[in-house]
Design a protein around this ligand. Structure first.
Ligand SMILES: Nc1nc2c(c(=O)[nH]1)N[C@H]1C(S)=C(S)[C@@H](COP(=O)(O)OP(=O)(O)OC[C@H]3O[C@@H](n4cnc5c(N)ncnc54)[C@H](O)[C@@H]3O)O[C@H]1N2
Ligand code: MOO
Ligand code: MG
Length: 614
């Protein structure tokens, strides 16, 4: 892509920012400059030449935009452009007004001629630089639209779809040569980074909603043996194909009897024990009973069972080993101590609904209706990666400036503890090349990629630009109004025909742990088919006063007293996002409102808060 600057009158401007090196660093592959006298015809001719003959993508003019009679650049520009682009001029003038009221005397004009974007900038070095910076965040997308690069346009639109329509803001410039291994200056020079994050601040609720909406309702299932299905979620309802019990069964050890039989003495027939079927043709008749054990099938003729404790032995065999006659001591009701066919589980009854979490009893139920293998939702594979030049594996010697990587261990353990599969993809230093390599490896295998670090405003915080530029990822949000965890980022990317989720969590150890709990876990649960993927929240009361932060805060607490209603929670101490000790032993996250709500600066002992259980 070629860019042109018409340097009008002021050579100093050219020396400041409009030089070849500056634009090639932004990814433009050539730059032309020209000085034109302040004659409207000459300016118009130069614009036409570069737009129509040379087919340049972007023409910037500097100077000639004020009120003096010789300021004719806007007039020349208006003659050339086919379509007005007033938004660019309005943005530049509005933002300039914050710097100087003189900006109201600016007549900057912007517009499109065929596939060329023409933008007027002021003549002063400072003004031109400032205005160019104001236009910069939208420039890449504007050029994509003008040149109809549909894939990039779609991508940017997707990135903008979250609340407020901000662009990804990293000034994504077209580059024909791939530059690898540099810092954020790959994306834009550090001096030109946005001084405010271009990502809108979403509330935790909004951000969670965005995450959950991206996860399809239907997940794939797989067949598992019962012993491999613990804690999985059932993918298909289980219906009893047989009644249970399949035969009328005794509930007691005793005698199968006819309830209406009033004989005082009964002859004892051959026994029926569990696991046997009654001897063929054996039938209980008036004046007889059959010995029976718990769980054994009731012999024909009998309609009730009398437990052995309610009988008296009247006669036994000559050697005294076999019962011959008994007397029944209790009143007997029909059906007493008998489980009728299907009385525990009827044939055709749904014993387990799709979406049931399979605990021990649920697995037992599946077994009781004869299932050997059952359909369960697949468990997502979660790749976990740390980023940062400073982080090294525990066990290595620390060089100056280095620290041990704790995030990867927390996150992998949290993934596995909650029943999901974790894939350790190690540490990526803060270079574009290494990040691309590791992220690609993670996305290749895993359904979900969780990274920590590199998502805030620093020059080495490369995650967002790498995701956008190298993976065409859609960043759905890049900031959340919460403490800790403000730069939490969520993106999706298509890989091998599947939608992969990317959670780029903040590097501070507490921030990544808390945001994993709030955003990643519910997402993983939904992916694994859980019907209620949200975290469990209960009410609790504060033991001590807490100060409120301007952001809603998720304070780590322990339940110090279960006997109060609701239970009482106590802070785990200093809540700084780097202090992992504040997570030690924490039973939950106390959700504290932001400070400015109702002018409150703190909450008092006994006040009620929501507590997210961990
Ligand atoms: N100018 C601004 N600076 C910062 C902002 C801001 O809004 N404007 N936000 C702050 C907040 S809030 C957070 S949280 C952090 C998030 O930073 P990053 O996600 O970019 O993470 P890093 O810069 O890479 O690291 C931050 C911190 O965490 C340590 N870290 C990183 N990885 C690990 C690991 N695997 N194990 C242990 N510790 C780790 C790292 O050494 C840093 O100390 O940004 C603020 N800045
Ligand atoms: O939000 Mo950051 O996570 O405060 O430290
Ligand atoms: Mg950072």
């Amino acid at each position: 892509m070629l860019i042109t600057t018409i340097i009008y009158k002021h050579k100093t401007t050219q020396r400041s920012i409009f030089n070849h090196k500056f634009f090639t660093r932004l990814g433009f592959n050539d730059v032309l400059t020209k000085c034109v006298p302040d004659e409207a015809e000459l300016i118009e001719a130069a614009l036409l030449d570069w737009a129509d003959r040379a087919g340049l993508s972007l023409v910037l003019t500097t100077g000639g935009t004020g009120f003096s009679p010789r300021d004719v650049t806007p007039e020349a520009t208006k003659k050339v452009i086919e379509r007005d682009a007033p938004g660019l001029s309005i943005a530049m003038i509005t933002k300039s007004l914050e710097v100087t009221p003189m900006a109201m005397l600016s007549r900057l004009t912007s517009g499109i001629r065929r596939s060329t974007l023409i933008i007027n900038l002021p003549g002063s070095k400072k003004g031109a630089e400032e205005c160019f910076n104001f236009a910069l965040p939208s420039l890449s997308h504007a050029l994509d639209l003008i040149s109809d690069v549909s894939s990039r346009v779609d991508h940017t639109h997707n990135s903008m779809q979250v609340h407020g329509g901000h662009t990804c803001g990293h000034g994504k410039y077209h580059s024909t040569t791939k530059t690898i291994g540099r810092t954020k200056e790959d994306f834009y020079p550090v001096a030109m980074r946005p001084r405010q994050s271009p990502y809108p601040l979403l509330s935790v609720h909004e951000a969670l909603q965005v995450v959950m909406e991206k996860i399809p309702e239907q997940q794939s299932t797989e067949l598992r043996n019962l012993e491999d299905a613990l804690d999985r979620v059932l993918g298909e309802s289980i219906i009893a194909s047989q009644p249970f019990p399949p035969f009328p069964a005794s509930i007691k050890d005793g005698y199968a009897v006819i309830s209406s039989d009033s004989s005082t003495e009964r002859d004892v027939l051959a026994p029926v024990t569990a696991g046997e079927s009654p001897q063929s043709g054996q039938c209980v008749l008036i004046g007889t009973v059959a010995r029976i054990t718990t769980g054994a099938p009731l012999p024909g003729g009998a309609d009730a069972v009398v437990m052995v404790e309610n009988t008296e032995l009247l006669a036994s065999s000559d050697d005294g080993t076999v019962e011959k006659k008994i007397k029944i001591l209790s009143n007997v009701q029909s059906g007493e101590d008998v489980r009728s066919v299907g009385s525990d589980i009827a044939k055709g009854e749904t014993v387990l609904e799709r979406g049931t979490v399979l605990g021990p009893s649920e697995l037992g139920l599946a077994a009781s209706v004869g299932m050997e293998r059952i359909n369960v939702f697949k468990t997502p594979l979660v790749a976990v990666m740390s980023t940062g030049n400073e982080v090294v594996d525990p066990g290595s010697n620390l060089a100056p400036g280095q620290i041990y990587d704790s995030n990867r261990h927390v996150l992998l353990a949290a993934v596995r503890k909650n029943g999901f599969k974790g894939l350790d993809i190690g540490i990526a230093p803060d270079t574009r090349e290494k990040l691309v390599e590791k992220i690609a490896a993670g996305l290749e295998k895993a359904d979900v990629l969780v990274t920590s670090g590199g998502v805030s405003m620093g020059e080495k915080d490369l995650l967002k630009p790498v995701l956008v530029k190298d993976f065409s990822a859609n960043i759905h949000f890049g900031r959340v109004f919460m403490k800790p965890g403000k730069p939490t980022t969520f993106a999706t990317v298509e890989r091998n025909g599947k939608l992969k989720l990317i959670f780029a969590l903040p590097g501070n150890p507490v921030s990544s742990t808390v945001t994993f709990q709030l955003f990643v876990l519910p997402a993983l649960r939904k992916l694994a088919g859980h019907p209620n993927p949200s975290s469990v929240t209960i009410k609790a009361q504060l033991k001590s006063r807490v100060s409120l932060d301007p952001r809603p805060e998720y304070q780590r607490v322990v339940i110090s007293d279960w006997s109060t209603v609701p239970p009482t929670v106590e802070s785990t101490g200093l809540q700084r996002s780097s202090r992992l000790l504040s997570m030690r032993g924490a039973t939950g996250l106390a959700v504290l409102p932001p400070m400015d709500e109702g002018g409150k600066t703190g909450m008092e002992p006994g006040e009620i808060i929501d507590l997210i259980l961990m």
